[in-house]
Design a protein around this ligand. Structure first.
Ligand SMILES: [Zn+2]
Length: 478
């Protein structure tokens, strides 16, 4: 959502303001840190302060710390599994289940990753591995991505277990490592490959969604992520016999590759929609009215209005969810300044719209390049892909109901993301995975992956309350 200053949006802000005032008053007491919140804060602090970076941290240590809390709350030992891959001693994962007494019932999974991206102390204003509460924010690496949801899920299982809660469906917690390091080790895909039975569930809640608020705290929408594009790198390579640069020839590996990349740069993949992106644009058109809102409706016509489409394609955010995109990200060529290049290669990173295979896109790139001398290959073996998880009423109705309870008038907005979560491993494996948290962020506020990562204290506690109510609806029981 880019255009916050559009008139339609300002009118809407007032509406939202009215709605969220009720929310604010309801949460005022929460800001005074209830006992439960203080316990939660202690758990969150413990998790944030365990360094779980690939370079110098240990997910295994964090997994064991959370397991100790679950064990102490009464979750039986044989329902707590710490999975440490033989070759990756510090990349431990935790799977724990709050079991229903109903035989043959199914399972709802709460998925969160406990690893975090790197953080150098000298670059940060505060120690990235100390939880610091300041000016209404929690600061620290992973406070937003993704120890917020990991802590909320562990805290919920501890409280339900301690209270003797009897769910109708099993509630499974999966804390995985390696979400941030898919090219080295990824816990979710490792567990699916090696411990599929432990990962079984009817559906999963995960990161990737979340509320959007504008800078003065008024809530705009509560986002639910359903589906993501597929990440795939392609290599384009040209080889040439080379020779002495004092006797140049017309056939040059670098020139040939540049022409190929130029053809790719001017190629646009066809625009397409799926249920998630249709719902996204339809609903967003009601939030961001004005020209941009009208455009969002007009592109849903058959055929889509071309003028509206070209306006929306100018926005990198909307462009990224309207079709497959490919962009050149890295180049390497030549071996000596005084020699004709024998090899030139480029990395082209594609984000593939669901429903297309990586091989299909490779063939499209080959056709666009249309030069047999330019070899187009997949950089890494293709991950399994699938259509987005369905926006079923079973999933969406409880989200809408709790959103209306907590933030009257704030719409629920389904979205497909261009980036990636571990949902890209679970959904194709038959576990439809939805990004939903109820944690609201202003644009760029969390600075996830960046310096001085943070989450607002109010948003985190509201998210905790939201997920508590939501999960209880999904698992049933009392
Ligand atoms: Zn994350």
């Amino acid at each position: 959502m880019r255009n916050y200053n559009s008139p339609g949006f300002l009118i809407f802000s007032c509406l939202v303001l009215a709605g969220s005032w009720i929310g604010v008053s309801m949460n005022a007491s929460a800001a005074e840190h209830t006992d439960e919140q203080r316990v939660f804060r202690g758990l969150y602090k413990e998790l944030v302060e365990i360094n779980t970076t690939l370079s110098s941290g240990s997910c295994t240590k964090a997994a064991n710390a959370m397991a100790a809390r679950l064990r102490a709350s009464g979750v039986p030992d044989n329902d707590i599994h710490i999975i440490v891959p033989p070759d990756w001693p510090d990349q431990g994962n935790l799977i724990a289940t709050l079991r229903s007494s109903i035989a043959d019932t199914d399972t709802v999974m709460l998925l969160a990753h406990i690893d975090v991206v790197e953080a150098n102390r000298e670059d940060w204003e505060r120690d990235p591995f100390t939880l610091i509460e300041e000016n209404g924010y929690f600061y620290g690496r992973g406070t937003a991505d993704d120890k917020s949801m990991a802590a909320i899920f562990v805290d919920l299982m501890v409280r339900l277990s301690r209270s003797g809660y009897q769910p109708e469906r099993n509630m499974k917690l999966a804390l995985t490592c390696g979400e941030e390091t898919p090219n080295t080790f990824n816990g979710a895909s490792y567990l699916l490959k090696n411990h599929r039975e432990l990962m079984d569930a009817s559906f999963a809640l995960n990161e990737g969604g979340g509320g959007r608020m504008n800078n003065d705290g008024t809530k705009v929408y509560n986002g639910v992520q359903a589906g993501e594009k597929t990440y795939q790198d392609y290599q384009l390579e040209v080889t040439n016999p080379g020779g002495h640069s004092s006797r140049p020839r017309p056939d040059n590996a670098i020139y040939r590759l540049s022409k190929a990349l130029d053809r790719i740069s001017s190629y646009t993949f066809p625009v397409e929609f799926n249920d998630t992106t249709r719902a996204y644009f339809r609903q967003l058109s009601g939030i961001v009215s004005g020209q941009i809102g009208d455009d969002m409706l007009a592109i849903l016509d058959t055929p889509p209005d071309q003028d509206s489409l070209s306006r929306l394609l100018e926005s990198p955010s909307y462009n990224s969810i309207l079709h497959t995109t490919c962009i050149t990200t890295m180049l390497s060529a030549g071996h000596a300044p005084n020699a004709l290049p024998q090899k030139a290669s480029a990395n082209v990173n594609c984000r593939i719209f669901p429903g297309h295979t990586q091989e299909e896109i490779r063939q499209v790139l080959e056709q666009v390049v249309s030069d047999a001398e330019v070899v187009v290959t997949l950089k890494d073996p293709p991950e399994s892909t699938s259509p987005p998880p369905p926006l079923s009423r079973e999933i969406m109705e409880p989200i809408e109901r709790v959103t209306e309870q907590m933030w009257p008038g704030v719409p629920v907005l389904p979205s497909m993301i261009a980036g990636g979560t571990d949902g890209r491993f679970l959904t194709p494996a038959g576990i439809p995975t939805y990004g939903v948290s109820g944690i609201f962020y202003a644009p760029g506020e969390s600075n996830a992956h960046g310096l001085n990562e943070k989450v607002s204290v109010k948003s985190l506690y509201e998210g905790r309350e939201f997920l508590d109510r939501l999960v209880r609806i999904y698992i049933g029981g009392e």
